[in-house]
Design a protein around this ligand. Sequence first.
Ligand code: 13P
Length: 251
Amino acid sequence: MRKTVIAGNWKMNMTPSATKAFITELVPMVKGMDKCDIVLCVPYVDIATAVEAAKGSNIHVGAENVHFAPSGAYTGEISADMLKEIGTEYVVIGHSERRQYFGETDETVNLRTKAALAAGLKVILCLGEVKEQRLSGITDEVVAMQTKLDLAGVSAEELKNVIIAYEPVWAIGTGLTATPEQADETCGVIRKTVAALYGDKAAQDITIQYGGSMNDGNAKELLAKENVDGGLIGGASLKTEKFTVIVKAAN
Ligand code: 13P
């Protein structure tokens, strides 16, 4: 049976001191809620603090990006080995904000994914359609294509360390949430694409999250859907109470 994973994506929020305070508060709130995995993906400079504050708890720590080269002349970038050494377990790759503002393409998403997996990180691979694509009725084709391109060259064994986050771009930070039916349907299309690439068992086992204005008010309905195995949460992951309600909904 596949795992439900509730992950926060803090984006460019929270300093190290705020990170320490947040996680110290969150640890007792989510204690014993073990029916889902709990992950906080945080800015690079917060990772070491987060790992320390989460030690001994059921909270796992992730990064929000990683470079694909092992080392070298890439000013300002961070490698997978650097992340591993400070206790990072997960990494978000291909977030729409990276694609939109920082020139991320399916090709670089694929390179990052392979580098992260080779280093032993778990990948939260983000994909999803923009508004015009949904309105044109090509959502299924878009997510199927992204799934194929982003996973090119990833082995069946490596796929066990991949979570896919379906994040319709029009739902991110907008307060517009996909309906549970839309989320279920498109996560289902992604699962079918994984089945075509890796077989039915792999498709049944892979965790596919929904992300895009998921919050304490709508999480339960979204998570109740067959093909929705968790959430990648932005805004609502910055408040311990809201995030805890979402984790509880997954339990
Ligand atoms: P919001 O939950 O703020 O819409 O952000 C979703 C997201 O981008 C998670 O990666």
